[in-house]
Structures are given as structure tokens and as C-alpha cells.
Design a protein around this ligand. Structure first.
Ligand SMILES: Nc1ncnc2c1ncn2[C@@H]1O[C@H](COP(=O)(O)OP(=O)(O)OP(=O)(O)O)[C@@H](O)[C@H]1O
Length: 288
């Protein structure tokens, strides 16, 4: 398999937080959802990839080349970035941005930018200050796509947008990866969006990777067992990720669902969503 991004043993220490041995690989031509609760370390990981912060140790390879701590201009241009805040001066208009970007990026595609401006209905005569949040995100996305990156990285870019705009943007992501040279890393709290479009899911919790697998593997591997509290304690603890108890009943997030079913054939296992996996891991249940 060819990888767009390979991250190995990335470490970064802040006073009250540590990214610990972050490792995951992002296959070319796919979309990876990067999930985790607030403060889990998603932005710190993304900033490390983009060389926006100094890491303590680890290795980052983009498109076969080591970019740990240093990136060429060509490599920077091959990564499109959309953050949750606008990075442009509020008094600029879309047409001003077009002029600036044309000089900044070798591969800037004027026609592509104009087609996104039309598609996203971005006003050309208004300043960014007058844009809604959704329009600002769409402008950032139009810019990121118009310098023709190989990798698009989005950090919580679609949070706070309504479902109509989010769906429109998800369609653009799906179009983008039609070309198998294009890849997306997408951090988002909106796990239902990720379930719709992602091929891979990487889950970070308290600065460590819990898993990085295909979405189908994740949804196949986990399940929720609902049972009485007395039954709950009979299950082999190696399956139990986390448990929520009421006075009489328990809900248990279990892993290795295939083996669990063989060992406990009469148990009823409900399918799980990415949101439930996150909630159970992130304190929504009692960890086991
Ligand atoms: N420059 C910094 N100095 C010290 N601590 C920092 C710094 N930047 C981030 N942190 C801490 O690192 C932790 C992880 O933050 P990060 O922004 O990576 O999380 P996140 O998963 O992106 O969260 P969110 O979903 O809220 O954006 C947090 O506890 C944050 O306070």
C-alpha cells in the first residue's frame, strides 16, 4: 500500500499535556477521520505534521519524503490546510485573495478558484468581515483546493456549520479523492459526517492513539452489550473497554466482537457508532 503520510513515534511535551508515541499511516487516495475529545491532541498532532510547532522526537514522512522539522516550498504547496478560523485579513475580498494566492502558489488555478467561488456562492464584492462562518470556511476550502494540493488537512473546519453546508463540503471532499493521488486528513467532532465519508478512523485519547483502522474494521470490532449488572461481571475483562451502570443494568463497550460472540453466543450485541466509541472511552463509562 502507498502512503501519503507516515507518522512514527511522534512525541511532544507541553507543561500539562503530552503527545505520546503517536504513530499512524494515511494511505493515498483515502479520507481519514481524526477523532478525539477536546484537548485529546488532534490540533497538536496536525501542527506537528505542518511543522508549525517543534516536536521533541518522532518521524513524519509525506509522499515518501521526510518532512520532520523541515519542508520545502514545493512540499508546503502540496498540502492544503483548512483550520477552524479564517487566516485572511478581514478587510480582504475573494478577488483580493485570488491576486495574493496567484503570486504565492506555483500551481494556483484561477479557473478552479473561480468555479469554487461560484459553486459555494461566495460573494466577490463583500469583505471577509461581512461573511458568515460557513462562507469563511468555504472560502478557505476554495483556497486550499485551488493550489492543487495532494493532501488536504482540515482541523475542525466544519464544526458550527449547518447540515446543508456540511453536506455540500463533504461532496467536495469525495470529488477531491476521486483522483487517487489525493488524500484527506479530517479532524472533526461531528462523527456522523466522518461515518459517511471516511475510509479510515484514527482515535486519539489523552495524547495517545487508541486505534487507527479502516472505518469498517472499527465498527466491526466494537459493540455494545446491554445486560443486567449481575451478568456484566461475568464477562471476560479482556473484551470490556468501558462500562456504564445504572441501578440495575449495564451497557458495556466491548472489543473483539467476533471472538466475544463465539464465547458468549446468547449475548445480544448492538452495533456501535463512532460517537459511542468516543464517549465510552472518554469518561462516558467506567474504564476497565
Ligand atoms: N502552546 C501550548 N502550550 C501549552 N499547552 C498547550 C499548547 N497548545 C495546546 N496545549 C495543550 O495541549 C492539549 C491538547 O490540545 P489540542 O489543541 O491538541 O487538543 P485537540 O484535540 O485539538 O482539542 P480540541 O478538540 O478542543 O481542539 C490541551 O490540553 C492544550 O491545553
Amino acid at each position: 500500500m502507498e502512503y501519503c503520510l507516515e507518522i512514527t513515534n511522534l512525541n511532544k511535551q507541553y507543561t500539562n499535556f503530552q503527545l505520546r508515541d503517536i504513530s499512524f499511516n494515511l494511505p493515498k487516495g483515502t479520507i481519514m477521520g481524526f477523532i478525539g475529545e477536546n484537548g485529546a491532541g488532534k490540533t497538536t498532532t496536525i501542527k506537528s505534521i505542518l511543522n508549525l510547532i517543534n516536536i521533541d522526537s518522532g518521524n513524519i514522512v509525506f509522499d515518501g519524503n521526510d518532512i520532520t522539522r523541515d519542508m520545502s516550498q514545493q512540499q508546503k504547496e502540496a498540502i492544503g490546510v483548512v483550520l477552524d478560523e479564517s487566516c485572511f485579513h478581514e478587510m480582504l475580498r475573494a478577488k483580493d485573495i485570488q491576486k495574493i494566492m496567484k503570486n504565492m502558489y506555483k500551481n494556483w488555478d484561477t479557473t478552479m478558484f473561480e468555479s469554487y467561488i461560484n459553486k459555494f456562492k461566495i460573494p466577490t464584492n463583500k469583505t471577509i468581515k461581512e461573511f458568515s462562518k460557513g462562507t469563511k470556511v468555504k472560502l478557505n476550502l476554495a483556497v486550499a483546493l485551488s493550489h492543487k494540493p495532494k493532501l488536504l488537512i482540515l482541523d475542525e473546519a466544519t464544526s458550527g456549520l449547518d447540515p446543508v453546508i456540511r453536506n455540500q463540503i463533504l461532496d467536495v471532499f469525495l470529488d477531491f479523492i476521486q483522483d487517487e493521488e489525493h488524500t484527506i486528513l479530517l479532524s472533526s467532532h461531528i462523527t456522523t459526517d466522518l461515518e459517511k465519508i471516511c475510509d479510515y478512523i484514527t482515535f486519539i485519547h489523552e495524547g495517545q492513539i487508541v486505534f487507527s483502522h479502516t472505518k469498517d474494521e472499527v465498527l466491526e470490532n466494537y459493540g455494545i452489550v446491554r445486560c443486567s449488572n449481575s451478568n456484566a461481571i461475568t464477562y471476560d475483562s479482556s473484551y470490556v473497554v468501558s462500562m456504564k451502570k445504572t441501578q440495575f443494568n449495564s451497557s458495556i463497550l466491548i472489543k473483539n466482537k467476533g471472538r466475544f460472540v463465539k464465547q458468549y453466543p446468547t449475548s445480544i450485541i448492538e452495533p456501535v457508532t463512532l460517537e459511542e466509541i468516543m464517549l465510552f472511552h472518554s469518561g462516558g463509562g467506567q474504564s476497565c
